[in-house]
Structures are given as C-alpha cells and as structure tokens.
Design a protein around this ligand. Structure first.
Ligand code: HEM
Length: 198
C-alpha cells in the first residue's frame, strides 16, 4: 500500500471565540488546525519518493483540483494544469471530479486561504523530493513546481491580517475554508480505490 493513513483527530473543527481571536488570519489558522492535521495525515502518509506513493498523492490532489476547476483563479489553475500534466506523464488517468460537493464561490477568501496556504507544505515537500527522488520531479514535477510561488499567499496573509473583523462575514470565510479542507479530505478517500495496489 503506497500510503498508510493514521487516524488523525476525528473531531470536528473547534471554533474559538470569534471576539478574542486577534485577526482573521489567526482565527483561520486556529479554527482549521484539526482539518489541516487530517489532510496532513492523509497526504503525508504517501511516500512521495516511490512511484506508487507519488501517484497516489497526485491522483487525490487531482480529484480535488478538478472539482474546484470552475472556481479557480489563474494561479490555482496552473496547479490543476500541472497535476494533469504529471498524471499524463506517469500514464495515470485523471480521476473524475467529486460529485455532490458544495464548492465555495470563485474569489472566496476562505477557499483562497486553504489553496494558497497549501503552497507552504508543497514547498517543503518539493525541497525534500528534489533530494530523495529527483527523477520523479524531473519526469512529473509540474504540480509541485507550480505550487511553490508564495506571492499569492503573502498577499492574502496581509489582507487577512488587516481585514476588519465581523462575526457574520468571518463565519462565512471559516465555512468556506472548512469546506475546502473537507473537499481535499474527501478527494483522498474517493480516489483510494482507483489507485489501490493491494
Ligand atoms: C503532505 C501533506 C501536508 C504537509 C506535510 C503540510 C505541511 C504544512 C506546513 C509545514 C505548513 C506550515 C508552513 C509554515 O508555517 O511555514 C502548512 C501550512 C498550511 N497548509 Fe499544509 N501540509 C500538507 C497538506 C496540506 C493540504 C492538503 C492543504 C489544503 C488543501 C494544506 C493547507 C495548508 C494551509 C492553509 C496552511 C497555512 C496554515 C496557516 O499558517 O494559517 N496543507 N502545511
């Protein structure tokens, strides 16, 4: 089995007191910590230095990105294009989009937080992969390469830090962020069968 998910925190998102969190940026980070832990445990269970683990990771990512395709901006679309190119290079079919998921609207701040923030982890993973499996990156590294531009994340962080706090709009941002994390979690599970080797 290329990936060995542990059972991370199975609880729901903890919503901190919205009035005491210093900024929307901090609120998002603390409120989605357990959601991040879950996707980290799932995607991080893949040994990316093996073709099987790498394919498993990319296939799950592809299902999520494809589902979000209608609402992606150019920077995120480049990541979708990257993952499509990588799967083609590996001779692996693109998974279908997930059905019955409610997507955030284009331009959603909560979705952007999750998508842009995920570049932080990708940057670290690419650095590691470049050392451990340079041949995989050479052959099918478009997704990771497209994921390392952190300029959008920096811009967004500044916006989130200075955004005036408002309980109603904050709750909508949080709901979109949570839905986006959930979508990646579901994509990982939904693609388990298509790439199962055992
Ligand atoms: C192998 C899986 C993953 C690993 C190892 C990982 C690792 C990390 C690390 C180390 C950071 C913090 C970087 C820093 O503070 O400089 C981070 C931040 C973040 N990651 Fe991940 N990540 C993974 C998967 C994901 C996925 C699948 C998503 C969403 C689709 C995601 C979304 C985020 C977000 C939104 C942040 C920013 C958190 C904040 O500071 O507010 N990550 N990740």
């Amino acid at each position: 089995m290329p990936c060995r998910p542990t059972d991370p925190d199975s609880g729901r998102i903890d919503l901190p007191d919205i009035d005491t969190a210093p900024s929307l940026r901090d609120l998002l980070r603390s409120a989605t910590r357990s959601a991040h832990d879950r996707v980290d445990a799932l995607f991080g269970s893949c040994d990316l230095a093996t073709p099987e683990g790498y394919t498993r990771f990319l296939t799950a990512q592809a299902a999520a990105w494809r589902t979000l395709a209608p609402v992606l901006d150019d920077g995120s679309r480049a990541r979708l294009n990257g993952v499509e190119a990588d799967l083609a290079a590996l001779g692996v079919p693109m998974p279908p989009a997930l059905d019955d998921v409610a997507k955030p609207e284009a331009g959603s701040l909560g979705m952007s937080y999750v998508l842009e923030g995920s570049r932080l982890g990708s940057t670290i993973l690419l650095r590691d992969l470049a050392e451990r499996a340079p041949e995989l990156i050479e052959r099918a590294g478009a997704y990771f390469t497209a994921s390392t531009d952190l300029s959008g994340w920096k811009r967004l962080s500044t916006i989130l830090q200075s955004q005036p706090r408002n309980d109603v709009s904050d709750a909508a941002v949080l709901a979109d962020a949570t839905a986006t994390f959930d979508l990646f979690e579901r994509a990982f599970h939904a693609t388990a069968r298509s790439v199962a080797h055992d």
